[in-house]
Design a protein around this ligand. Structure first.
Ligand code: GLY
Length: 368
């Protein structure tokens, strides 16, 4: 095991995150629905911060200065779209959970970085030597400068060669083409085996943001201080805020010492069920494995979307869900020989896995 920790279940991992930030004065809030009905710039929740957009923009007053949650997200359309990767790699998802902590004009970069470090290394007990941080290098086009404050804060925890500069593409987070945004600092982890490290001859640093499945981003700390306007220029927000997003499934992969998100207890029940229905064993055939991952991912996206009020249809958000459903069915039909309806047979497993954290899925099981 690369990580010096006892194996935690995904439920424990989620709870520890919320408990940690509650102990730092954050109010634990429920996930917003995954389907967005009141924002013309967005069809689905694509990040934990969506439900707080109006607070960041200064249009609403924050009911609490700090918040934390685990948010259901879907990245299948618009600025953040991972659909084509899903199933082919082992760490992108359509629907995923994003663990987040927020400051609404309260604490800023230093505390966000210190607490992220404390949680990862002291609570989750991740070996600090595996971690890298990226910092925004600035952008001439936007008139923004290098984020010295974040770099300084990281230097307290990480040696210089574990801190990298990143450009606007990787280190400036934007919710959509317009809206709240800001420089960000990503935390990446190198979970390669010693054999993989020896074979590649490259350091973790050289593989950050290079699509290596075992050197991956786990947490993004966004320093939300601007608003992108329709003509492309940036305006300062009324307050400086913190918005962080940690990929829950990736974190489980790291903490459970697995090589793939699909080997964690978040997905293993679904993968087994798909195996039982199709007669295929995961890990025996590369094409069948992709199909099993696609289906395990997509049943979550479709079920949660239906539970949150968006049915598959032939227009707009409904059409996005219909395309995901079709993609799952096509992979099942083509690579697993599934000629009969099968998606509905997976819902019970999903409810067993996630019904406690998200009761809406259990309540609407029959309808789904
Ligand atoms: N809002 C932070 C993220 O989605 O990465």
């Amino acid at each position: 095991c690369l990580i010096f920790c006892s194996i935690m279940t995904s439920k424990e991992i989620r709870q520890k995150f919320l408990d940690f930030f509650a102990s730092k004065g954050h109010t634990v809030v429920p996930s917003a629905p995954m389907v967005v009905k009141n924002d013309p710039t967005l069809m689905f929740t694509n990040a934990g911060m969506n439900q707080f957009k109006d607070i960041f923009l200064g249009n609403a007053k924050a009911p609490y200065p700090r918040a934390t949650d685990s948010q259901k997200c879907l990245r299948v359309s618009g600025k953040h779209n991972d659909l084509e990767e899903v199933g082919h790699d082992t760490y992108h998802h359509t629907m995923f959970e994003m663990l987040g902590n927020w400051s609404f004009g309260d604490y800023f970069k230093k505390e966000a970085i210190d607490w992220a470090w404390e949680l990862l290394t002291e609570v989750y007990k991740i070996d600090p030597k595996l971690l890298y941080a990226t910092v925004f290098e600035g952008s001439e086009e936007d008139g923004t400068t290098m984020d010295m404050e974040a770099r300084q804060a990281w230097l307290k925890h990480l040696p210089e060669d574990h801190i990298l500069l990143g450009n606007k593409h990787d280190n400036f987070w934007e919710m959509g083409d317009t809206g709240p945004c800001g420089p960000c600092s990503e935390i990446h982890i190198d979970i390669r085996t010693p054999e993989e490290k020896a074979a590649s001859g490259l350091s973790g640093r050289e593989l950050v943001n290079k699509s290596d499945p075992h050197v991956i981003e786990i947490w993004n700390l966004v320093f939300m201080q601007y608003q992108r306007m329709a003509d492309g220029h940036l305006e300062s927000l009324p307050a400086r805020n913190i918005d962080t997003g940690m990929g829950f499934e990736r974190l489980c992969c790291v903490l459970q010492g697995k090589e793939s998100n699909y080997d964690t207890d978040v997905f293993s029940g679904l993968i087994s069920k798909i195996g039982e229905i199709s007669g295929h064993r995961y890990g025996e055939n590369a094409q069948a494995d992709v199909a099993m991952r696609v289906i395990a991912d997509h049943i979550r996206a479709i079920s949660f979307s239906i539970a949150d009020g968006q049915l598959p249809s032939n227009v707009k958000a409904g059409y996005v869900i219909r395309r995901i459903l079709r993609r799952a069915v096509r992979y099942g039909y083509t690579f697993l020989g599934l000629n009969e309806p099968f998606m509905c047979r997976l819902v019970q497993q999903l409810v067993d896995d996630m019904g406690e954290a998200y009761p809406e899925i259990a309540k609407q099981q029959k309808f789904i």
